[in-house]
Design a protein around this ligand. Structure first.
Ligand SMILES: [Zn+2]
Length: 340
């Protein structure tokens, strides 16, 4: 390794089953933390590095498992290379009924602008704001643009029922009269990401964002689909996409992912890896807790916690470039990595 490389160093870590661990994280690198289930990798990253780094950077962390005797993080001149730390979990995205993939990732704004520049919209002085879900204008005011209302159906309890004012169309007739390439806003929100990519091919910025979503294996999602319906794996990939779409230009930060390959095909894992490398190439420090061999082999800096689970684990059996793992006698990953 060159003298220019900088590391965050965790020392004397004794969180949960960890046994006085000392571990290094490569700044500006793709760090992968592996180890058998229950070996202590989550304790090391989620419950030690994350809260210690957040505290050092003056961020609030809500981690009731955090204690004061769980180790130290340094050196200060390495920490100051980072502006913030983000833990990208598999927990679902907010329960907002109005949150869709289009609003969550921000490209709904582009779609509103496209509609507002059609001749019919211009003739009626309709602005992008007119097509918003959040403010009155083109949305149906009975259902506030949801297309349904919640009614108390006595013995069934509260149930969503198609809005009778807009017949589930979400918008007023005036808004729905505005079309782009033959589709109104309601039609557009029914498109899948893949269909939308074709439909909006002339709009470079929007098409690029849609390409990234397809690249993450989410091309089947409908633009208007509520984000609260996504699985944990889908939610995590959406969060990664949002980071990619707006964090690439941000100051270097530390991004932590907990098993992001969960539920992905090998092809989608390749795409995930490309996106993680893009974040790294933009100067961010990426840390991934993973068991997928493809991701492990692609690390700039690999850490293995183990060798086994619980009290038979809790030590660092290896840290270094993946190619050096053959030197680690207690590694459970090395035999798989070297034979693949
Ligand atoms: Zn309505």
């Amino acid at each position: 390794m060159s003298a220019k490389e900088k590391y965050l160093v965790l020392k004397n870590v004794s969180t949960h089953n960890l046994k006085n661990v000392e571990a290094k994280i490569l700044l500006g690198g793709l760090n992968v933390v592996c180890g058998v289930s229950g070996s202590g990798k989550t304790s090391l990253i989620r419950h030690t590095l994350y809260p210690l780094l957040a505290r050092a950077l003056g961020q609030e962390v809500d981690d009731e498992e955090m204690s004061d005797d769980q180790g130290t993080l340094g050196p200060a001149d390495a920490v100051k290379n980072l502006s913030s730390v983000h833990f990208v979990s598999q927990e679902g995205i907010g329960r907002s009924t109005r949150s869709t993939i289009a609003t969550y990732l921000g490209f709904y704004d582009d779609i509103r602008k496209i509609l507002a520049t059609t001749p019919a919209a211009k003739a009626n002085d309709l602005t992008p704001g007119f097509f918003s879900f959040n403010v009155p204008g083109g949305r149906c005011e009975t259902c506030k643009g949801l297309g349904y209302v919640v009614e108390d159906l006595s013995f069934l309890g509260e149930m969503p029922v198609t809005c009778s004012s807009c017949r589930g169309m979400q918008f007023t007739d005036e808004a729905l009269s505005i079309t782009y390439r033959g589709k109104n806003l309601h039609d557009i929100l029914q498109l899948t990401i893949e269909e939308a990519r074709e439909f909006f091919y002339e709009h470079t910025k929007l098409a690029r964002a849609l390409d990234q979503i397809i690249g993450m294996g989410l091309g089947y999602v409908r633009l208007g689909q509520n984000t609260s319906s996504f699985s944990g794996g889908e939610a995590q990939r959406l969060k990664l996409l949002r980071l990619l779409l707006d964090a690439v230009d941000r100051k270097p930060c530390c991004l932590i992912f907990d098993e992001p390959s969960t539920g992905l095909s090998d092809k989608d894992v390749q795409q995930l890896l490309l996106q993680l490398l893009r974040l790294r190439d933009a100067g961010h420090t990426v840390i991934v807790v993973e068991h997928h061999l493809g991701l492990i082999a692609s690390a700039d800096w690999l850490l293995e916690v183990g060798p086994e689970a619980a009290s038979a684990g809790g030590t660092l059996v290896f840290q270094g470039p993946p190619a050096d793992i053959k030197k680690a006698k207690d590694s459970r990953t090395a035999p798989y990595l070297l034979s693949s």
